[in-house]
Design a protein around this ligand. Structure first.
Ligand code: PLP
Length: 366
């Protein structure tokens, strides 16, 4: 069996380290905002090359609280790409604002910088580029447009732990950034978790208050805030994993190179493209195929090879956004990609033999 993501192999390989880290929390009963959280935040900030990192309860909360920290409110518009996970846009709604969608490029699936400016109105306050699948968005062009229109930029780095743009880490490229530690991410917890990174002390302090009831001193509430803390058990696990992240990302890059070499001669497969400026850390290995995708997924599953689709329906066509009045054809690149994309198994422990089996079975079907 070749799973889409294999969390068990990794767990059993490092079980003793994980259990020792978790025991340190249990034995100190330091469950909420214990020392493990601050330790992780400090090392994650160093890793991301930012002055600050702050743990929160999920990637969705990281996006939502980052938007609130930069002052997004009801009546504002926030631009993002239509081909992302629903969390990117729901975070905008949670902040009271309206998500505005832009199409993506056909090769890298990044927000299309040539269509970005058309989406800007007098209500636009921020842009959320998504470092989708593990490579960074074209930040230089995005930041230039943002500067011209006086907009804030929030990186959705939920799929890009350790990814780079022109030698700089994802998370350090704009005003503020959001990460998810959902278990299947390149850096994943044993439950939900997230973090915000920034170089701006004021934003850091705002997020610190927002994640903990607007409170710097217990039972004194200086501003609006909620309960969105990264818990100490997750932080302890993440600290163990952070030390291994670069090696795991390298393993993913090796796996991607093998997939590419095995599949490049097949004309009915479009392989992933890495932009010149980017370092891809392959959170997902996404191909496109002209052949009936559902049939391929089913036939591979019969061989116990499991694939995914990220994501089958762009946000502007989701039922939840019926009220926005979008129609088929509004964002043709994302719509066409949504019908053809297929995510092959990808995780650091994926063996050469497993990759070769996936490719062999896939090529038989095409
Ligand atoms: C691009 C993107 N944004 C946001 C999120 C939300 O993160 P979480 O599931 O931790 O809330 C995810 C992960 O699921 C994601 O892939």
């Amino acid at each position: 069996m070749i799973p889409f993501v294999d969390l068990k192999t990794q767990y059993f390989k490092y079980k003793d380290e994980f259990q020792a880290a978790m025991a340190s929390v249990l034995e100190n009963t330091s469950f909420i905002l214990g020392g493990q959280v601050k330790d992780f935040e400090d090392t994650f900030a160093v890793y991301c090359e930012t002055d600050y990192a702050i743990g929160v309860a999920s990637g969705t909360d990281a996006l939502h609280l980052a938007l609130r920290a930069v002052g997004i409110k009801a009546g504002d518009e926030v631009i993002t790409q239509t081909n992302t996970f629903y969390a990117t846009s729901v975070a905008v709604e949670l902040a009271g604002a309206k998500p505005v969608f832009v199409d993506c490029t056909p090769d890298t699936y990044m927000i299309d910088i040539n269509k970005l400016e058309q989406a800007i109105t007098s209500k636009t306050k921020a842009i959320i580029p998504v470092h989708l699948y593990g490579q960074t968005a074209p930040m230089e062009a995005i930041l230039e447009i943002a500067k011209k229109h006086d907009l804030l930029v929030l990186e959705d780095a939920c799929q890009a732990h350790g990814s780079m743009y022109k030698g700089k880490r994802a998370g350090s490229l704009a005003d503020i950034a959001a990460f998810s530690f959902y278990p299947g991410k390149n850096l994943g917890a044993f439950g939900d978790g997230g973090a915000i990174t920034t170089n701006n002390q004021e934003l850091y302090e705002k997020v610190a208050a927002l994640r903990n009831y607007g409170s710097a001193k217990k039972y004194y509430h200086d501003c609006f805030g909620t309960n969105s803390r990264l818990d100490s058990l997750q932080a302890a696990v993440l600290s163990v994993k952070l030390k291994k992240l670069d090696a795991w990302n390298l393993s993913r890059q090796r796996a991607a190179a093998r997939y590419i070499s095995n599949l490049q001669s097949c004309e009915s497969i479009t392989l992933p493209v890495t932009a010149e400026h980017a370092t891809h850390i392959y959170h997902l290995f996404v191909i496109q195929t002209e052949t009936d995708r559902d049939d391929i997924i089913q036939k591979l599953a019969e061989k116990e090879i499991f694939c995914g689709i990220h994501y089958p329906v762009p946000l502007h066509k989701q039922k939840a956004y019926d009220g926005m009045g979008h129609k088929q054809g509004d964002f043709p690149v994302a719509e066409a990609a949504g019908d053809k994309i297929l995510s092959l198994p990808m995780f650091p422990e994926l063996t050469d033999e497993q990759i070769d089996t996936v490719c062999e079975e896939l090529l038989k079907l095409l």
